[in-house]
Design a protein around this ligand. Structure first.
Ligand code: TXA
Ligand code: MG
Length: 320
């Protein structure tokens, strides 16, 4: 029913939203840029449900939101460059891409299996209150269905995702209405990966010079197409496998399984695509490390999250 999921911001609704997040549910909330679709970034199943709700045909890495800059230190290697940007722009509409710590706190699916992680400390008081109450790292893409425009009001979110979220916290129209600027701060030179609410001139005031933009010629030539970079196993994949051949490991899905006794991970014994998505990247890493010459991948239905799972497996199966 229209309007049912939109709730006014009160102490009680913030507490209820935080509890919903801790139980793995999705909560939409305002930030200073656009409304975000929040999920517990440490919970792979919640992240899989988030991708399903967005209807994304592929797993794009998500921005992990924290209440305080100090919380980011546990998740990422904060470079001196990042420290300068944090001091100048956080809390605020700047997202930093950093090397991920090997702690496995964050679900592999949230970072799409990458060794980097995008982090942001938003300034909006409702986002701040929710992040403090949840006391968790929260993954939050813009709260729109894939291919739609980013939402700047609670009503926009309701129109796109009203039946898929536990709650939409109504903080009024978002002040900036434009997504955060995404900056790669893994090295010594900042590279803008996505232009956004922090202008390049603002960055230049802190950095002492205008940062490069990925894809433009002045960007680091050593790593073109940063945005296209995705995790892929070093071991070749063989898709649509119905038997396992000599030397292969098995990435299974559902049942019955082929006769086989070597390295195997079943993405979901019950054939649940949400569970399979949550397990995908960790499973690929496990089998990649198994020493097998190839990974045989059982067929996965091209439905729901199966589309994104198959997209990622097809990319990973192509020679680099
Ligand atoms: O303003 C915003 O950033 C909003 C609010 C809700 O915080 N969020 C948002 O998220 O726009 P999303 O998922 O729609 O966009 C995330 C962007 C994408 O361009 C993605 O490719 C990039 O961040 N990104 C995330 N992780 C990355 C990584 N490890 N390396 C490079 N780019 C990354
Ligand atoms: Mg978006």
């Amino acid at each position: 029913m229209a309007g049912m999921t939109i709730v006014a911001v009160t102490g009680d609704s913030i507490a209820a939203a935080a509890a919903a997040l801790r139980h793995g549910a999705l909560v939409a909330f305002p930030t200073e840029t656009v409304y975000g679709l929040g999920a517990d970034a440490t919970n792979g199943l919640a992240i899989a449900a988030l991708y399903a709700a967005k209807g994304r045909p592929a797993f794009n890495p998500l921005i992990i939101h924290a209440a305080e800059p100090e919380a980011v230190v546990a998740l990422a290697h904060v470079t001196p460059l990042a420290e300068r940007l944090v001091a100048a722009f956080w809390p605020g509409p700047l997202t930093l891409v950093l090397e991920k710590r090997a702690t496995r706190i964050i679900a592999e699916l949230a970072t799409a299996g990458l060794d980097t992680i995008a982090v942001r400390v938003p300034a909006h008081p409702v986002a701040q209150a929710l992040l403090h109450a949840a006391d968790l790292p929260i993954a939050a893409p813009s709260a729109n269905r894939s291919g739609h425009i980013s939402p700047t009001t609670a009503a926009h979110v309701e129109a796109d995702l009203g039946d898929r979220v536990a709650m939409i916290l109504d903080g009024g129209p978002t002040p900036l209405g434009l997504e955060s600027t995404v900056v790669d701060a893994t090295g010594t030179e900042a590279v803008v990966l996505r232009p956004g609410a922090v202008a390049r001139d603002d960055l230049a005031r802190v950095l002492g010079r205008l940062p490069a933009v990925a894809g433009e010629e002045e960007a680091r030539p050593a790593s073109p197409g940063m945005l296209q970079r995705h995790y892929a196993p070093a071991t070749p994949l063989r898709l649509e496998a119905r038997q396992v051949r000599a030397g292969e490991a098995l990435l299974a899905f559902g049942a019955p399984l082929p006769q086989y006794s070597g390295p195997m991970v079943n993405l979901s014994a019950s054939g649940d695509l949400v569970e399979a998505a949550a397990n995908l990247f960790a499973a690929l890493r496990t089998l990649d490390a198994s020493g097998a010459a190839r990974i045989a991948v059982m067929p996965i239905p091209e439905q729901g999250l199966g589309e994104a799972i198959n997209d990622r497996l097809r990319r990973a199966s192509r020679p680099a």
